[in-house]
Design a protein around this ligand. Structure first.
Ligand code: PAF
Length: 267
C-alpha cells in the first residue's frame, strides 16, 4: 500500500495508474476509521476497483468556527493499519497547508440541495465539503467514489455537483453500518459516554419504527436528546413532504450531550 502526503505526487500516481488502464476508486474520509469506512472500501472492491485510494483529511473548510475541528478525533497510525487490512492500495494524507495554499480563494457551492437540513444549521459546511471533494476528484481521477448513506444530504449534494460540473465518475452510496444497538457508526461516537451511547439509540430505534415526524421528535426528547431537526423530505429533491411514504427520506440531527449525531432512513 502506497502513502502520499503531497497532492502533486498523489495526482501523478493516479494519472499513471489510469494510463495503465487501472480502474480507480476513491474513498474520501476524515480518518479515525471505523467499520462504516471499511464497508466503503469493501464496496469499492466489490465494484471491481483495481486501485482503491482512501483519503484521510480533516478538512478545516467544512467546519464552522464553533465546531469541533480542533478536537475531531485523529489516529493516523491506526487508520493506515485499517486501510492496509481492508485492501486499500493507496492512502492520501495531505496537510491543510498543502491542500489550501496561501490565498486559496476558489470554492464550490451547490445551491439547491445544500439549503435545508444540515446546510441550514451549518452555514458553509457543504461549500467546504464540495470544495474538498472536487479537489480530491481532480487529484485522484477516480472512475467512481464511494460515500456513506449516513451522510444522506452530503451524498445527494455530491451527486448533484458531479452532474452539474460534469465530473466523469460515478457516485456510489453504501448503506449505513450500525452497532449491535442500532447506533449508526460514526467517528464522533467516540465523544459519547456509556450513558449517552444508550440514550443515542433512541435515534435509530425511532427511525426503524417511524410513524410520524411529531412522534419521532417526542421520542427523542423523551430520551433526553436535544433535537436539531427531524424532517421528512423527498429522497431525491430533499423538499419537505407532509405525508411520509415511499420515496421519502426521514432525517434526524440531534445532540446527545454535546455530541451532534445524524441518521436517516429511506422509506
Ligand atoms: O463524510 C466525510 O467524512 C467528509 O465530509 C468528506 C466527504 C470526507 C469530505 O471531507
Amino acid at each position: 500500500m502506497r502513502t502520499f502526503r503531497d497532492p502533486a505526487l498523489m495526482q501523478r500516481w493516479c494519472r499513471e495508474r489510469k494510463l495503465a488502464g487501472r480502474r480507480i476508486a476513491l474513498v474520501p474520509t476524515m480518518g479515525f476509521l471505523h467499520e462504516g469506512h471499511l464497508s466503503l472500501i469493501e464496496a469499492a472492491k466489490r465494484r471491481g476497483a483495481d486501485e482503491i485510494v482512501v483519503s484521510v483529511f480533516v478538512n478545516p473548510v467544512q467546519f464552522g468556527p464553533k465546531e469541533d475541528y480542533a478536537t475531531y478525533p485523529r489516529d493516523e497510525r491506526s487508520d493506515l493499519a485499517k486501510c492496509r487490512w481492508a485492501g486499500a492500495t493507496a492512502v492520501f494524507l495531505p496537510t491543510p497547508e498543502n491542500m489550501y495554499l496561501p490565498r486559496h480563494s476558489t470554492y464550490v457551492n451547490e445551491e439547491d440541495l445544500s439549503k435545508g437540513l444540515c446546510g441550514a444549521r451549518r452555514p458553509g459546511h457543504f461549500r467546504g465539503v464540495c470544495t474538498v471533494v472536487a479537489k480530491l476528484f481532480n487529484l485522484t481521477h477516480p472512475d467512481f467514489a464511494v460515500f456513506g448513506q449516513k451522510d444522506y444530504q452530503q451524498a445527494q449534494v455530491i451527486r448533484r455537483m458531479v452532474r452539474d460540473l460534469n465530473f466523469d465518475l460515478d457516485v456510489v452510496v453504501a448503506p449505513i453500518v450500525r452497532e449491535d444497538t442500532g447506533l449508526a457508526k460514526s467517528s464522533r461516537n467516540t465523544y459519547l459516554t456509556e450513558e449517552e451511547r444508550d440514550r443515542a439509540t433512541a435515534i435509530s430505534k425511532g427511525l426503524a419504527n417511524f410513524r410520524s415526524v411529531a412522534k419521532l421528535r417526542r421520542d427523542l426528547e423523551r430520551a433526553g436528546l436535544k433535537v436539531d431537526y427531524v424532517e421528512c423530505v423527498d429522497a431525491g429533491t430533499l423538499e419537505p413532504r407532509k405525508k411520509p411514504g415511499k420515496g421519502c427520506c426521514v432525517l434526524v440531527a440531534a445532540y446527545c450531550g454535546k455530541t451532534r449525531l445524524i441518521d436517516n432512513v429511506v422509506l
